[in-house]
Design a protein around this ligand. Structure first.
Ligand code: NAD
Length: 272
């Protein structure tokens, strides 16, 4: 397999491409000369808008919009079949769609939806596209997880747990398919200014560390070039993760203190 990633002539699919990080990634891929980028989203109007804006900027018209619900395995399989038949073999799948559902422990529906999108969305995509990539001995599969998948999310247990599961899946895929020529990356940002974080008052409280979606897209393109697994747009996450691994008790104490600071929670208010 060739080193790095040269976008020229390649076909990419970006799920959740209709807004936020996915939208920025679609634009970045177009800017790097991708032959085709499929903006795949449950919100097809948003996908159309992103694709149209890209095609206005880049005269070779690289963008196409596709309605896709990553939770539905049949919908994902059909998307892969359609793209491979009508455009060409998929070189890059960016499994980026995600949701943030619930507060605190959440309810059963928050857990089901979070696990469906934030974990099974990646599983459905991996099942549909990785075997073909492995047969061709060429492909990139990118999972947008979160720093919450390495550390935690103070506000939302379904998000933290589903993102930990996404990181574990990405590691498994990387270990399993590297020898077949498929490289896997796992993107773990902290706060990024997107529709997902707008209503989030806790995250707004730490907004000084927020990045723009374009910053994350730039890091992903760099990781593609070097085939790096872990993409940390906020470099401090590496340090936090090391602290967690080195001394879990100490790390938990620091996290409790940080949570108290950010939520100003009293012990009695802590269980939501
Ligand atoms: N914004 C942040 O602070 C942040 C931090 C870390 C990780 N992330 C992750 O980045 C990814 C992108 O999030 P974002 O911040 O750009 O949010 P966003 O809400 O702006 O974009 C998410 C997109 O995913 C789409 N989507 C949701 N469910 C879908 C489904 N079932 N099928 C297809 N599309 C679906 C939405 O329609 C939307 O266009 C998510 O996985 C999120 O968890 C975000």
């Amino acid at each position: 397999m060739a080193d790095g990633f040269d976008a020229a002539g390649k076909v990419a699919v970006v799920t959740g491409g209709g807004s936020g990080i996915g939208q920025a990634l679609c634009r970045a891929l177009a800017q790097h000369g991708i032959r085709s980028v499929v903006v795949a989203d449950r919100n097809v109007e948003a996908a159309w808008r992103v694709a149209a804006a890209i095609n206005e900027t880049y005269s070779h018209g690289p963008a196409l919009a596709l309605e896709l619900d990553v939770v539905e395995s049949r919908s994902v399989e059909a998307a892969v079949e359609k793209v491979e038949a009508e455009i060409g073999p998929i070189d890059l799948w960016c499994s980026n769609a995600g949701i943030h559902a619930g507060d605190g422990l959440g309810d059963t529906s928050d857990w089901r939806r979070s696990l469906d999108v934030n974990l099974m969305g990646h599983v459905n995509a991996a099942r549909a596209v990785i075997p073909q990539m492995a047969r061709r001995r060429n492909g990139h599969f990118i999972v947008t997880a979160s720093a919450a998948g390495l550390l935690t999310d103070f506000r939302c247990a379904p998000y933290a747990a589903s993102k930990h599961a996404a990181v574990a899946l990405a590691e498994w895929l990387s270990i399993t398919y590297a020898d077949d020529g498929v490289s896997v990356s796992c993107v773990c940002p902290e706060g990024v200014r997107t529709g997902m974080t707008k209503p989030n008052s806790l995250k707004a409280g730490v907004s000084s560390g927020f990045l723009e979606p374009e910053d994350v897209a730039r890091e992903i393109i760099e990781a593609l070039k070097t085939r790096r697994f872990l993409v940390l747009p906020h470099p401090r996450v590496a340090e936090y993760e090391q602290r967690r691994a080195a001394d879990r008790e100490n790390w938990l104490g620091r996290m409790r203190a940080a949570r108290r600071r950010l939520t100003q929670a009293t012990p009695s208010a802590a269980a939501s």
